[in-house]
Design a protein around this ligand. Structure first.
Ligand SMILES: C[C@H](O)CC(=O)SCCNC(=O)CCNC(=O)[C@H](O)C(C)(C)COP(=O)(O)OP(=O)(O)OC[C@H]1O[C@@H](n2cnc3c(N)ncnc32)[C@H](O)[C@@H]1OP(=O)(O)O
Length: 734
């Protein structure tokens, strides 16, 4: 491989006359431009050589291909890489060279065939797969559509409904399902894969098996009238599920073109649409999220030290409440033996019952067999004493947010757990230094902040103090990966990254309502923007008790920028505490459907009287855009503080924290990415103006002011940021 090339294919011709073309581009054999050119050359070579009778395409090291090289998107978008002629890959290489070849070819698929990878495989004349291989077209999760013929070939192989489902959900299918769908022609073990494929290719040549060009198949495509109905339904679903996204609709249009005007016309429409979507903001945002998510487990100064994660054989959890039982569920689901400790038998049984219910719901949904359920449950043991903690490697404390209780627990843990044991707390707000104050074990104390429900939500905030050892972080990152969480490593402060960024979200909403804005218009505007729910609906869901407890932490720690509204406490006094009491900002019917409640006007008036604020006519007729900005710019402001204080090392980590912890729409790229799309100057000027009108809550922080003054983006490159930090420290130390 030349030093400047990225990946290649190699050709090896066997004595049986079958040329094996292997894609080599670690780690996932992605299809870089170099790989694609090389694939074309390898095919041309195999077609030219008289000793080659048939062809097998496969991927090195048990992975067929993870699809088009996503790292190349940036270059194509920024014009640094010359744009490919539309149709160059889908028509010239895959259709004319591979599918149109006068020698048969078979794809031998192990590991994964995703996106462009599956599109290459579908251009071969047959596909052999292993049962565990993953096959899919997940391009829509990146804001584009399949661009190498997938929109045309997949419907012809598996039928329109299934193809649309696979593309619109981006969910791959396993080899076995692919076989039953007709996407692959046989399932074999990895050892037999290439040999079966080469035999299959020769059988095609000898007309013992059919020579199928997927693009010409018609048997799986529904008659036109029926197809139109399916497409209509898919469009309605896409509009409902993702009203802010255009590319799912483009995908459906492109599929339709192939059905109405023929696959060749479909290929051209696909090629043009792909080029257009590649340059969309949605694609740029989603590609950013793709890499940001993978970047969270790369922590400078921690994961680059060459430390190897230690084996965690057994975990203990303190507290079987909602959080503790959720964490226990997540751990046993990934085969960790768990001890769940409670203070008495009644609480213990309730905790174990919650874990059981979590697993049973998977059985009910058909996601788990009864046998697996029993096996998983057997990993959980209950305890009332610390005796069984003598051989645990990690403890996660998940008791109520009470500092002295936690201090006592950590002092006890130090006595009973082995000296190597990681002592983690699931606190969402309390300073970890305070929690560990009565111990000498601060190097192994760490925050493991899960989000509720812990066995479902994908984020794990790993909180390090200045004393937490890098080994402990590396260990916890590994556990996080094994239980399928996306970890974000952050520094220690009130609320850490997610809750700290999130607190202005509700605060801004309360401020606006007290000054005349409408509760329900705010929630509508925010959900239209793409949040799963608005701030008031969220308060109802979380419950007013929790909202008041966390709010108090922020009032105490950041008094200068906390908006002190009495609205929630006043409502709570009147026995409205959110969804659990069936009354909060909304009223809830038997089916838990939220309905607006005109009664809340009286509570708002009361809160207004206490704060002494008056209604501002301007805030009574805010546009949706104004609402989004007044709610989210304070969030951006806090994110800037979190970033500039070094609580998050990378701005991209905050993007992931916002998407996975707050439900910020990924297609807007996360909080900092979105802010930069609007510009620091604009955000600063808006905050400054509101700060003059409505007080310190909106005051832009120093970092935001500095970036705006320079007209610079909020996100500095990591290199510059680290230089700044190191240089700053040197200056302080002088
Ligand atoms: C024209 C075409 O139709 C357009 C396309 O093909 S677009 C691409 C479609 N393909 C995809 O969307 C697949 C994206 N990749 C994935 O879903 C997952 O990475 C995977 C299932 C392939 C592997 O998952 P997993 O084993 O958990 O490893 P994961 O950490 O995600 O990836 C391993 C590395 O491969 C990289 N990678 C994965 N897919 C890649 C791709 N298609 N291009 C470039 N790099 C890729 C990741 O960035 C990561 O790099 P890092 O180690 O430097 O962080």
């Amino acid at each position: 491989m030349g030093s400047s090339t990225k990946g290649r294919t190699v050709v090896e011709v066997g004595a049986d006359g079958v040329a094996i073309i292997t894609i080599i581009n670690p780690p996932v054999n992605s299809l870089s431009l170099d790989v694609l050119y090389s694939l074309k050359e390898s095919y041309e070579l195999a077609l030219r050589r008289d000793d080659v009778k048939a062809i097998v395409v496969t991927g090195a090291k048990g992975k067929f291909s993870g699809g088009f090289d996503i790292t190349a998107f940036g270059g194509l978008q920024g014009g640094k890489t010359a744009a490919l002629k539309p149709g160059f890959v889908s028509v010239e290489i895959l259709t004319d060279t591979l599918e149109g070849a006068r020698k048969p070819s078979v794809a031998a698929i192990d590991g994964l065939a995703l996106g462009g990878g599956l599109e290459v495989a579908m251009s071969c004349h047959a596909r052999i797969s292993t049962s565990n291989a993953q096959l899919g077209l997940p391009e829509l999760q990146l804001g584009v559509i399949p661009g190498f013929g997938g929109t045309q070939r997949l419907p012809r192989l598996v039928g329109l409904s299934k193809a649309l489902e696979m593309m619109l959900t981006s969910k791959p299918v396993k080899g076995d399902e692919a076989y039953s769908l007709g996407l692959v022609d046989a399932i074999v073990s990895p050892d037999e894969l290439v040999n079966t494929a080469r035999r299959w290719a020769l059988d095609i040549l000898e007309r013992k098996r059919p020579w199928v060009a997927s693009l010409c198949k018609t048997d799986k495509i529904e008659p036109l009238g029926e197809a139109r109905e399916i497409l209509k339904f898919a469009r309605a679903q896409a509009r409902k599920q993702a009203p802010n996204l255009k590319h799912p609709l483009v995908c459906i249009d492109v599929v339709e073109e192939g059905i109405v005007s023929g696959p060749r016309a479909g290929l051209w429409k696909e090629a043009e649409a792909f080029q257009g979507l590649l340059h969309s903001d949605t694609c740029k945002s989603l590609v950013h999220i793709f890499f940001a998510q993978r970047g969270t487990s790369k922590v400078p100064g921690i994961t680059d030290l060459g430390l190897v994660p230690r084996r965690i054989n057994k975990v203990a959890i303190l507290g079987g409440g909602l959080m503790g039982s959720g964490i226990a569920t997540a751990l046993i689901l990934s085969n960790y033996p768990v001890i769940l400790k409670e203070v008495n038998e009644k609480f213990l049984q309730a905790g174990i019952g919650r874990v059981r219910a979590n697993l049973q719901s998977r059985v009910k949904k058909g996601k788990m067999t009864q046998e697996k359920f029993e096996k998983t449950m057997s990993l959980l043991k209950g305890a009332l004493e610390y005796e069984s903690f003598r051989d645990v490697d990690m403890v996660i404390e998940a008791v109520i947010e009470n500092v002295s209780l936690k201090q006592q627990i950590f002092a006890d843990l130090e006595k009973y757990c082995p000296p190597h044991c990681i002592l983690a707390s699931n606190t969402s707000t309390i300073d970890l230094n305070l929690i560990g104050q009565k111990t000498k074990s601060n190097d192994r104390i760490v925050g493991a902040h899960f989000f509720s429900p812990a066995h479902v939500m994908p984020l794990l905030e790993i909180v390090r103090t200045q004393k937490t050892s890098p080994q402990v972080i590396v260990d916890l990152l590994d556990v996080g990966k094994k239980i399928k969480k996306t970890p974000v490593v952050v520094g220690n402060c009130t609320g850490f990254a997610v809750n700290r960024m999130f607190f202005p979200y509700t605060q801004a909403a309360l401020l606006l309502v007290e000054r005349g804005a409408d509760v329900y218009q705010i929630d509508r505007a925010i959900t239209k923007f793409g949040m799963p729910m608005g701030p008031f609906r969220l308060c109802d869901l979380v419950g007013f008790g929790v909202a008041i407890a966390t709010g108090t932490q922020f009032v105490q720690n950041f008094p200068e920028r906390t908006y002190k509204s009495m609205l929630i406490p006043i409502m709570q006094e009147d026995n409205r505490a959110g969804e659990t009491t069936r009354k909060g900002f909304y009223v809830y019917d038997d089916k838990r459907k939220a309905n607006a409640d005109p009664e809340i006007k009286k509570f708002i008036q009361k809160a207004r009287d206490i704060s002494g604020v008056t209604v501002d006519p301007k805030l009574m007729k805010l546009s949706d855009k104004d609402i989004v900005e007044m709610i989210f710019f304070p969030v951006v402001n806090e994110a800037c503080r979190v970033f500039s204080e070094g609580i998050a090392v990378k701005a991209a980590d905050l993007d992931i924290a916002a998407v996975m912890g707050m439900g910020f729409p990924p297609y807007r790229g996360g909080i900092m990415f979105w802010a930069d799309s609007l510009g620091s100057k604009y955000i600063h000027s808006r905050l400054e103006a509101w700060s003059n009108m409505y007080g310190g809550f909106f005051k832009p922080c120093a970092y935001l002011a500095e970036r705006a003054a320079k007209g610079a983006p909020l996100v500095r490159t990591l290199k510059l940021f680290l230089l700044h930090h190191i240089f700053g420290k040197l200056m302080v130390n002088r």
